[in-house]
Design a protein around this ligand. Structure first.
Ligand SMILES: Cc1ncc(COP(=O)(O)O)c(C=O)c1O
Length: 434
């Protein structure tokens, strides 16, 4: 008889941001026109890269050298460029040796948790971005371990919850921060970051900061990078170009290791991550070569500032449409390009619905919601998809006890944006009033 095939942790792997697409595709086949609010891909939402960026990439594609392998940790010039950018913040200082490239930040995230000892845990925020929470939970073959972000306090982390969980769980070796946050759009205030560093110091933990949105802030906010506040605590900053360039299809992200000289155990962990990349040979080369040319071009800041301003403007349009619904907890956003909107306690029930004219579409949705124990927010999301053609992600899928949904702030065509969010609001009003 064959031994057991599947690892215990495999059941922790789920990604509702893409799961919901399977449902939406079934509805599309029945003629429902879908507006995609599920995924954070600016290009899918009609964002166009400036021509000068495309010219840089097409020039690189004409050079033979672009097609070869590159060093395992990534192109040296690029790592030097990035180390210089980090050092210019005036906090922790690194060299090119403290940077390692991966095939997208998703690859970096799964490697990071994979090489943490099985019984050791990293605590992260809830609502949780599933790439982190699933990978961490799969490594430990246990449910994710989380600290609360509080929708009634601007989505700031509940520091008492974090402190107590760290204090009473000796298996915790690290704290994850996602700053700015996906899925809430919250930007961690400086004081809160400093307190998290203090907690890490008190309990001898390391920090992971997912900073893929670090340069995407708006409405007057500024995100403080881990490098600025970490002091002498060991930590990893995770960065990438999927969102801020944006070039998600390039599959290019990197880790920056901070203070490895101050903690030998942490240093061995960083070496293991480098070695894991070495046995794969290397990560995608073309985007690495393009990074200093694009991010180092003075036009990049102008472009990013303008793009951020537009996200901020869209956040206010969305706010004007949804903020007034009394059954919702709605927070303004300041970073990344998502908002998580929560239904107040007791507003969702199992007997609510929206009108669906097509009997085949209605039958399909009624089949989905008849499953036992369907989460109330998932039930709402299925109705919204079928009745209004808007595909959002239920917040219960982000390891959260809250009921709500995540939207993006990405639609570049303003008429389409207003139409989609008006449809969401009308759907909510109809559903809750039914
Ligand atoms: C917080 C966060 N980290 C990492 C990723 C994954 O990035 P990549 O496309 O580089 O794998 C995402 C993608 O949405 C994200 O939101």
């Amino acid at each position: 008889m064959r031994q057991k095939l599947l690892n215990e942790g495999a059941k922790e792997l789920s990604y509702e941001i893409r799961e919901i697409v399977k449902k939406a595709d079934q509805l599309k086949k029945l003629g429902v026109a879908v507006s995609w609010e599920n995924i954070g891909d600016p290009i899918q939402k009609h964002h166009k890269l400036p021509q000068w960026i495309k010219d840089i990439v097409s020039d690189l594609m004409k050079q033979d050298d672009t097609y070869s392998y590159c060093p395992s940790k990534g192109m040296l010039e690029t790592r030097e460029f990035l180390a210089k950018q980090t050092n210019a913040m005036g906090g922790v200082q690194i060299t090119a040796e403290d940077i390692c490239f991966f095939n997208g930040l998703g690859d970096a995230i799964s490697k990071a948790y994979q090489f943490i000892s099985r019984t050791s845990r990293v605590i992260g925020p809830t609502p949780a971005y599933s790439t982190h929470s699933s990978a961490e939970a799969a490594h430990a073959a246990h449910e994710p371990l989380t600290y609360k972000l509080d929708p009634n306090n601007k989505w700031y982390p509940d520091l008492d919850d974090l402190y107590n969980k760290v204090k009473y769980n000796p298996n915790i070796v690290g704290i994850l921060i996602i700053n700015p946050d996906n899925p809430t759009g919250m930007v961690y205030p400086l004081e809160i970051l400093k307190r998290i560093v203090e907690i890490a110091k008190e309990f001898n933990l390391f920090l992971i900061a997912d900073e893929i949105y670090i340069n995407i802030t708006y409405n007057g906010a500024r995100a403080y990078a881990l490098a600025e506040i970490i002091g002498e605590i060991p930590g990893i900053s995770m960065k990438g170009i999927s969102k801020e360039l944006p070039w998600p299809g390039a599959r290019c992200g990197w880790m920056e290791y901070y203070n490895r000289d101050k903690d030998e155990d942490f240093n061995r962990f960083c070496n293991a991550l480098d070695n894991a990349k070495m046995i794969e040979v290397c990560s995608t080369k073309l985007p690495q070569v393009a990074i200093p040319k694009i991010l180092g071009d003075p036009r990049f800041k102008v472009y990013r500032d303008e793009t951020n301003k537009n996200i901020g403007r869209r956040s206010r349009i969305i706010s004007d449409i949804l903020k007034t619904v009394p059954q919702l907890t709605f927070n303004e956003t300041f970073g990344a390009f998502y908002n998580t909107i929560i239904f107040r306690d007791g507003t969702l029930r199992h007997d609510q619905s929206m009108k669906i004219a097509d009997p085949k579409v209605k039958a399909l949705v009624e089949g989905w919601i008849s499953q036992n124990h369907i989460e109330l927010d998932k039930r709402f999301v299925y109705y919204l998809l079928a009745a209004k053609g808007v595909c959002v992600v239920p917040i219960s899928s982000f390891c959260s006890e809250l009921q709500g949904f995540r939207v993006t702030l990405l639609e570049e065509e303003e008429d389409a944006l207003v139409k989609t969010f008006t449809a969401i609001r009308d759907g909510i009003v109809e559903y809750l009033g039914s």
